[in-house]
Ligand binder design. Structure first.
Ligand code: NZQ
Ligand code: ZN
Length: 385
């Protein structure tokens, strides 16, 4: 096992009808800004519930944080907070709203050009306003981690940042909030969480038995509940299991003490920035070919994944790896996520554009061995057509 330093200060308030508990954890004198996306949080009553829980506190609203939040929109919230002297942020939404709130929290009192926060991947953050979240979409794990992703519309740059200063103080996870989600977002959530686990698990063995077994448990849970969650009748417990699995997939626990890949995500971010494809859908395109192209370096873990997650024990080693990758692709497709660039009308000429973007963002040495060069990324994309 590798050395590690694990820190996660986020309180999780989990369960049905728990939004009222917010009152216990926000300072009584706080001037609160509720941040949200489009209209979903208002329509399904969540905003009203949060407002009620905040009681007599001074409350302001900032809506319109878009999926894949833009720097341009977030800076408007920064201005409002500075003007109104707001001192506590409450994100109500999915990964986009929570990520956006993290950026805003760090930007309000940042000295210097706030875009630098993203260019330096969060390394220069030294403070942030306190904030919390009410999660409405289980997928990213943002509710329990210290990372975020922000897009600058003007340059089509989708950049990630992280800092120990941007852990939410607490997050409310009420599975009932998922009842208003369209199946597309539920399916995206299953696949995003699945691939978060894969980025931290499917590398090479370092005798990290606890992390491996936790990761395999999460993958098996997602495989089991994935198809069920898409049925209209999906019950509270299925939703609760998705919500907790997605948080556990990216809260630092399974990634402590093991090598991590993240190349699928970094290539995927370019696809979202260039073509607007949903985050999880970009991952469903890239992961199967990524595993195929890099099957030699990932060989031992691929065989372990085949046996323990998919119970594939027949055939020689090459066949077992092929079957495991095929089952992974079929799982994404079963959930309704296409796995080919051509499914989005993209082909050879687009690959050139994607490679140019990777180069301009300095993403030329990806993966757990830093050997995913532009040439390897090109092979992965070509195999994804
Ligand atoms: O904007 P509204 O009207 O709220 O609608 C949203 C949005 O259109 C809707 N929605 C959310 N909760 C709902 C709901 N609709 C009905 N009922 C509800 N309860 O869902 C749509 C998508 O929301 P979004 O927040 O964009 O989705 P997601 O949670 O998948 O977040 C994606 C963003 O997170 C980043 C991605 O790159 C992307 O920008 N990620 C963040 C990570 C992190 N912080 O650790 C890791 C991830 O790998 C990912 O990169
Ligand atoms: Zn993701």
């Amino acid at each position: 096992m590798l050395n590690f330093n694990f820190y996660n200060p986020t309180r999780i308030i989990f369960g049905g009808d728990t939004i009222a508990k917010i009152n216990d954890y926000v300072p009584t004198e706080a001037k609160v800004l509720m941040l949200f996306g489009g209209e979903s949080a208002r329509k399904n009553g969540t905003l009203a519930e949060v407002r009620e829980a905040l009681g007599a506190r001074e409350i302001h609203e900032f809506g319109g944080i878009e999926p894949n939040p833009s720097y341009e929109t977030l800076m408007k919230a920064v201005e409002l907070i500075r003007e109104q002297k707001i001192d506590f942020l409450m994100a109500v939404g999915g990964g986009s709203v929570i990520d956006g709130t993290k950026f805003i929290a760090a930007a309000v009192n940042y000295t210097g050009d706030t875009w630098e926060i993203l260019e330096t991947h969060g390394n220069k953050i030294t403070q942030a306003l306190p904030f919390a979240s009410v999660l409405t979409l289980p997928a990213t794990g943002s509710e329990m981690n210290s990372g975020g992703v922000v897009t600058r519309k003007s340059t089509q740059a989708k950049l990630s940042f992280s800092s120990p200063y941007v852990f939410p103080q607490f997050s409310v996870l009420d599975p009932n909030k998922t009842f208003s989600l369209p199946t597309r977002q539920l399916a995206n959530g299953v696949v995003d969480a699945f691939i978060h686990v894969m980025e931290q698990y499917l590398t090479h063995p370092v005798n990290a038995h606890v992390q491996d077994r936790f990761a395999e448990g999460l993958l098996q849970t997602l495989i089991e509940i994935g198809p069920k969650i898409l049925e209209d009748s999906a019950d509270y417990d299925t939703r609760a299991n998705l919500m907790w699995a997605a948080s556990m997939a990216l809260n630092g626990l399974i990634g402590a003490g093991v090598p991590q890949d993240w190349s699928t995500h970094l290539i995927g971010h370019e696809l979202t920035a260039l073509y607007g494809i949903d985050h999880a859908r970009t991952l469903a395109i890239v992961l199967p070919s990524n595993l195929q192209v890099r099957r030699q370096e990932k060989r031992e873990k691929l065989l372990q994944y085949a046996a323990r997650v998919w119970q594939i024990v027949e055939g020689d080693e090459e066949q077992r790896i092929d079957t495991a990758i095929a089952r992974t692709r079929a799982f994404f497709e079963q959930l309704g996520l296409p796995t080919r660039l051509s499914d989005y009308g993209l082909g050879e000429t687009d690959i050139e554009i994607i490679i140019t973007q990777l180069k301009s963002h300095n993403l030329t040495q990806l993966g757990e061995h830093k050997n995913v060069s532009l040439e390897i990324s090109r092979q992965i994309l070509e195999m994804s057509i």
